[in-house]
Design a binder for this molecule. Structure first.
Ligand SMILES: Nc1ncnc2c1ncn2[C@@H]1O[C@H](COP(=O)(O)OP(=O)(O)OP(=O)(O)O)[C@@H](O)[C@H]1O
Ligand SMILES: [Mg+2]
Length: 261
């Protein structure tokens, strides 16, 4: 099963929620692969594995595609049950995929091979439009659209739907819309949420708007420390951070239980 969290707007929480979802499924004993098709490779940071991205130059997905290494050699262990694969240069990869038909076939075959080895394959995409993302979005079984709860976020949501239509990607694949950054204390997120519900009703008959994720600064604190929410080792956290993490576990468990893959 191939899954992505997507939005054409940057910094809306794609990588964050995708990483936590992958970790949640792994905590249930599933075998999960995260393919970082974002050459920032920021998913490795949130798992505290950024040093592993830089300590080897020969294990990018590009090396897999030229068959200079095997899949096992490309894998970076993120957590028990979760492996990751990194990307070197999304623009170059996309250019080659656009120009060479045979290369596109090889890329699709590689993704199929990943799907056969793992229970769930999550693909972390960049916000830009490029050929690599288009191919992934076409191959995905589930696309969860993530929307930031403010005016620019709603615009980004709209642009994303337009991009799907323009690129011929089926809107029916979008089963869920996930609003991110809710706060009871502010009016902007509530207004944005209403707009998201209306746009979804009008354009995405197959999609459900999920319960919004609250805005929690602790998400960033954990990411800085390379800790994901379902991690059991919390020795580097203070008392307050441990309690906040417990609250996040509740929020994310409810969220991931409500997403039927
Ligand atoms: N609910 C939230 N509350 C507080 N901070 C959040 C929340 N969700 C995400 N963030 C923070 O927002 C920032 C951007 O998140 P993230 O990198 O996941 O976005 P992205 O959509 O993957 O970005 P990009 O488009 O650059 O790939 C991060 O610092 C993350 O910690
Ligand atoms: Mg990202």
């Amino acid at each position: 099963m191939l899954i992505t969290y997507f939005c054409k707007k940057g910094g809306v929480g794609k990588t964050t929620i995708l990483g936590e979802h992958a970790d949640y499924l792994a905590s249930l004993g599933k075998k999960v692969l995260i393919v970082s098709i974002d050459d920032q490779n920021s998913i490795f940071e949130m798992f505290g594995k950024s040093s592993e991205v830089f300590n080897r130059e020969d294990n990018y997905i590009e090396h897999l595609l030229t068959e200079s290494i095997s899949i096992d050699e490309a894998l970076i262990e993120m957590r028990p049950n979760i492996d990751g694969i990194k990307t070197l240069n999304i623009d170059m990869l996309s250019k080659k995929l656009t120009l060479e038909r045979a290369f596109e076939k090889q890329f699709v075959n590689l993704i199929e091979e990943f799907k056969s080895r793992y229970d769930y394959v999550f693909v972390d995409l960049p916000p830009s439009s490029n050929r690599t993302s288009e191919i992934i979005l076409e191959l995905c079984n589930h696309i969860i659209l993530i929307v930031e709860l403010n005016k620019l976020g709603v615009n980004g949501f709209y642009n994303t739907l337009q991009y799907f239509v323009d690129s011929g990607i089926e809107l029916d694949k979008i089963r869920y819309v996930l609003p991110n950054g809710f706060s009871k204390m502010k009016s902007v997120p509530s207004v944005a949420l209403e707009e998201i519900v209306t746009i979804t009703k009008d354009n995405l008959q197959n999609a459900i708007v999920l319960k919004p994720i609250p805005e929690k600064s602790n998400i960033q604190t954990l990411q800085q420390k390379g800790i994901v929410i379902f991690d059991e080792d919390v020795t580097s956290l203070n008392y307050y951070q441990k309690n906040q993490k417990k609250l996040l576990i509740e929020v994310f468990t409810e969220l991931f239980k409500s997403i039927k893959l």
